[in-house]
Design a protein around this ligand. Sequence first.
Ligand code: GLN
Length: 291
Amino acid sequence: MKQSINLVIENALQELRTAGTESDGYEIRILLSDVLGVEPSVLMFGEVEMDEAQEKQFHESLEKRKHHMPTDKILGHRGFYKYDFKVSEDVLTPRPDTEILVEAAIEKIKGKKLESGKILELGVGSGCIICSVLAEFSALNGVGVDISAQALAIAKENAKELGVEKRLDLCLGNWFDKDFLSLVGKEYDILLSNPPYIKSEEIKKLDEEVKQYDPLMALDGGQDGLESYRQIAMLAPSLVKNGGYVFLEVGENQSKDVCRIFNAAGFVTEEIRKDLSAIERCVVLKKMSCI
Ligand code: GLN
């Protein structure tokens, strides 16, 4: 049976609203386009016809959305920077704000002629950060570490999809472990990380979409949200070469504290970049040559 697209969307929005989930027409179009195997832009107006299997899939997607599952996790993929990345509940959803870290790292690698250098990402998750950077430079090599074997499996698939898997070593590890340095090695040109930075107390206030479907271990930064930064700063003098760089995503109002922690470890603040909401989101530090 043919139905008006606008009506399908309106009904879906009504269904979600009744269940207490906020959504919008764009989100429903994305879910519908996935079911129909067309681009969302095709679904601006006119009519659609779904067969039984498609009706069922659309209904199942709406059911998941009613339970606050975000669209990327319903679809199993999400656009980030220039690519589409596989995602699951085992990885943090790639956020547009994190693209700033990728852009900052790419600019620095070009500017400082580090194109054939070695980069390390701590907390690689879906791999969206390190794979995007590696894809930009064909002679760059990387190591990505995560505490979750499930996340590493997703990162591996994404690395394959982007054609960077031969230049990316993925390893299971915990930066709070004593033997962490022997696992990942030393003297990287660049260290990247979007570590967990939400204060433990604040986790319960997060949106259901985040709280229920992003892994807690990718969010919880301990009592003051800064525990992982302190640990990374302790390791960074060994992990990073003299004159090398550290790129960190930080939470709202954390940039000063994070810089202070790294300054005390022998790094100078090079730059602080703001995100799309003008929040200081990305901190760039350089290891001084004299330590
Ligand atoms: N940006 C995420 C959020 O605010 C948190 C990511 C992180 O802790 N690294 O939901």
